[in-house]
Design a protein. Structure first.
Length: 475
């Protein structure tokens, strides 16, 4: 027995001894024994659990993914050699779970289960195996949709996660540690958990139903057999279950999936302002009656908040009559309501209660971080055909030793391309295209599109601190 385990047992034994001593000496009040639950009630509960488990397990699948990864090389001083001095790529394999939500083969899972996967294999409960296709992903909620070519599949119906309360019985179904079709049982420990650090939009259901690696993407169902969550993460010091698991609520997962299938992305509402939670000290300084709501710290130009007349320092207390608990909760609420819908905000401005009408706008789309010229109709005969470029983020700039994040960095040059013949190489920072500055990836794409295949193109690049012009002649 390890010393840690021995100390734990000793500690518990000591606690039992103290309690026993207290009871004998009258130091603790007597605990009245409640009437045990009837045998029929326990049988009914067990029967319900068995029935639910049998109904839902056929619709939970095993997802095996393959990802191509590159190992980072480090110098003797522990410093990375850089992005482009890397060994040959290797394959990395992972396993997770998924839930069939339509009879024609649509499966909802976690984004982290299939992110950047080059191959996805789906194993059904009846041992049939299919090639999976990642239809769409949403890293912000850690939701993804996978499709298999099959019909007549068993499904789990969507439930309403908004009706969940602490203490509700739940079952978690998945493939923990590769053990297919595993069912665990527990309760809802908490709802509305945020700041877990798993996704950008967090409104997790917390459960003590044991969840382990491999459960990700699996089903959390109520005793009716309705899907009320997608198992996503655990809090653990050991890597295994300690009774603290988290699931994406079904209402959030379903909205993300429907938007992904309809538009290829998730359309979200947007406040158009930055906020922070009210703390006891801030509540005192803003002379608030309670430690509730969120404080507006910044207003974005032409956004929903500005058009609603909100100002820096306003304290938002309620959204459509419902208390605003914190910034994350407000953001989640606004993200799920329809674009263009109108809502009432109860606010406090300089100690005076007020109301504002908020018309929801769509959240601005994020720029794609990686793109190739080929993706914009640029063929290999084009002067910049075969170039793969990437936005220069601060971490990338540090690794390349760049003094700014202006421009784009070349991360790939296709063999036989005109750019390769002109001497463009991985790691080059493109500063100009045809004497016009490249501020970022969007500007690069805008400058590249009008170039014709026979045009002479002039790039200004920074190569390891040396700035030079590179002409590329079209065919």
């Amino acid at each position: 027995m390890s010393s840690t385990a021995r100390h734990l047992i000793v500690g518990l034994a000591g606690l039992v001894g103290l309690v026993g001593l207290g009871l004998l000496s009258g130091g603790l009040p007597a605990i009245s024994a409640e009437k045990p639950a009837s045998h029929s009630a326990l049988s009914d509960l067990q029967g319900q659990i068995k029935h639910t488990a049998a109904k839902v397990t056929p619709a939970v699948v095993n997802i095996a993914s393959t990802v191509i990864v590159r190992d980072q090389l480090f110098s003797d001083e522990g410093l990375p050699f850089g992005l482009f001095s890397q060994p040959a790529p290797r394959r990395q394999y992972g396993q997770g779970s998924g839930v069939i939500v339509s009879a024609d083969g649509y499966i909802v899972t976690n984004n982290h289960v299939v992110a950047e996967a080059v191959n996805v294999e789906v194993l059904l409960a009846d041992r049939r195996q299919f090639k999976g296709r990642v239809v769409a992903t949403d890293p912000k909620t850690d939701v993804a949709v996978v499709k298999i070519d099959a019909n007549g599949l068993p499904t789990i119906p969507w439930g309403d996660s908004g009706t969940l309360t602490v203490g509700d019985f739940v079952l978690a179904i998945g493939n923990p540690l590769g053990l297919n079709q595993t069912v665990t049982f527990g309760i809802v420990s908490a709802v509305g958990r945020a700041d877990v650090g798993v996704a950008d939009y967090e409104d997790f259901i917390q459960t003590d139903a044991p969840i382990n690696p491999g459960n990700s993407g699996g089903a959390l169902v109520n005793t009716k057999g309705e899907l009320i969550g997608i198992n996503t993460a655990i809090a653990s010091t050991t890597g295994g279950s300690v009774g603290v698991g988290f699931a994406v609520p079904s209402n959030m997962a379903r909205a993300a999936m429907q938007s992904l299938l309809k538009t290829g992305r998730v359309v979200r509402g947007f406040l158009g302002a930055n906020t922070q939670n009210v703390t006891p000290l801030l509540g005192k300084m803003f002379k608030l009656p309670d430690v509730k709501g969120v404080i507006v710290t910044d207003i974005f130009a032409r956004g929903s908040a500005e058009k609603a007349g909100l100002k820096r320092g306003d304290v938002v207390l309620r959204f459509d009559g419902k208390d605003v608990v914190d910034s994350g909760k407000l953001r989640n609420i606004i993200a799920l309501v329809p674009i263009g819908s109108r809502h009432k905000l109860d606010i406090i401005r300089e100690n005076k209660p007020m109301q504002a009408e908020l018309v929801i706008q769509e959240a601005p789309r994020e720029r794609t971080k990686r793109a190739t010229a080929i993706a914009h109709g640029v063929t290999m005969g084009h002067p910049l055909g075969g170039l793969l470029v990437e936005e220069i983020t601060p971490p990338v700039a540090r690794q390349l030793g760049l003094t700014s994040t202006t421009g784009v960095v070349v991360t790939g040059v296709e063999e036989g391309s005109l750019a390769e013949s002109a001497g463009i190489s991985m790691g080059d920072q493109i500063l100009e295209v045809n004497r016009k500055p490249v501020e970022d990836l969007e500007a690069y794409q805008r400058l590249v599109e009008p170039i014709k295949p026979k045009d002479l193109t002039l790039l200004l690049i920074n190569r390891q601190g040396t700035v030079l012009f590179v002409p590329i002649e079209g065919e």
